[in-house]
Design a protein around this ligand. Sequence first.
Ligand code: GDP
Ligand code: IMO
Ligand code: MG
Length: 421
Amino acid sequence: MVDVILGLQWGDEGKGKIVDYFADNYDVVARFQGGPNAGHTLYVDGKKIVLHQIPSGIFHEEKTNLIGNGVVLDAVTLKRECENVAAFGVNYKKNLFISERAHLILPTHRAIDKASELSKGNEKIGSTLKGIGPAYMDKTGRNGLRVGNLLDKSFTTEYIKLRLKHQKILESFNFQEDISAWEEEFFEAIEFLKEFKIVNGEYFINEKIQQGQRVLAEGAQGSMLDVDFGTFPFVTSSSTISAGVCTGLGIAPQKIKEVFGVSKAYCTRVGSGPFPTELNDETGELIRKTGSEFGATTGRPRRCGWIDLVALKYTCMINGTTKLIMTKADVLDAFEQLSVCSSYKINGEETNEVPFQMTRVDIQPVLKTFKGWNRDISSLKSEKELPGEMKTYVDFINQYLGVKVRYISNGPGRDQLISVD
Ligand code: GDP
Ligand code: IMO
Ligand code: MG
């Protein structure tokens, strides 16, 4: 069977830590969408490492890790990342497999991402500038190059043809940049990529499932960044929700069992776009400081605010979330009072639904206030030790969402995770 771990907010919910923790129970960990826009932080032997492309099961020696067809792959980032994990003694050549159907991010995709963002001025998406949007555009536009094409004799010719198309796009943006250094790195990394186990991912994973192996699908970004259901156009370009597991790995929907939805005890967002519960004040600043809320991929300060239950209920619905994992609960230790958003006021009218155009309407969060636990919870190990105020807070969330919080993460470390009934 297949279980899924994915983000229910705007990304950075702590998926990397959770996947690393759960990986022990699985045989295969697979990424199904996104690319190096992801930054998943793990602590291995007390040392921090951020993964962008490699699944977060890589530090478990006997586990298979698969980069699925739904991912867009930046060979340069992958090469760098492989060198990083090798320093931890990981034999990535043995444990990492790549689908031949995954699309490649080219240097010109990155340039187009940059040109497009510049042209939007104040209305920019705030993309990670990793070429994600342009690479997915070439996928759906039926132009892209895939990992399997690397082995074709015509690869360089096809690359040059696509680059020419891209150069015309760049000219239309009036954008000029010397990409020769990027290209040199790209072709070096392409040679490196050829040494990998490039597989027919859908047969590969279905055979494993048939043999009774357990698969964990690792989501990137978050459901509110989903290209269909997120805060469009301020989204990423892939299906970040549980449905993306089927198209991003070639797995049938009835194979999916648990959908673990990860949410912070509060909320963050990096990049532009609507964020109804955002706190542009000292409270937001305190969350950012206490939670070290700075992007793992770009280093940008993350926007911070209270947990948004309207958005969470929506993402629980579209994902079919079966179990909730609440992360960074310890970050709220400092607060005497906490708030949750339980409805929106849009143009004066109260609603419990996420509207079509979050960008065009004035959304005021309706907040419900709770007493904070206001003590250090980072060393707690079991449910019975959790403060009463936290139980009240979590009970309200459980009731509101109709899905229960099953784990509470109380620190970045592997062992800081409390199972709750
Ligand atoms: P991801 O993209 O969902 O994997 O999340 P990121 O790695 O981008 O951001 C999560 C950050 O929070 C990382 O720095 C983690 O080390 C850290 N983190 C994860 N869980 C916890 C937690 O329960 N408490 C605290 N204080 N930090 C956490
Ligand atoms: P993980 O997997 C948080 C955001 C960007 C931008 C928008 C589009 O670490 O949770 P893109 O580069 O995808 O075209 O950018 O999406 N974004 C993320 N925000 N966590 C991520 O990944 C993100 N990946 C993309 O900031 O607003
Ligand atoms: Mg992240």
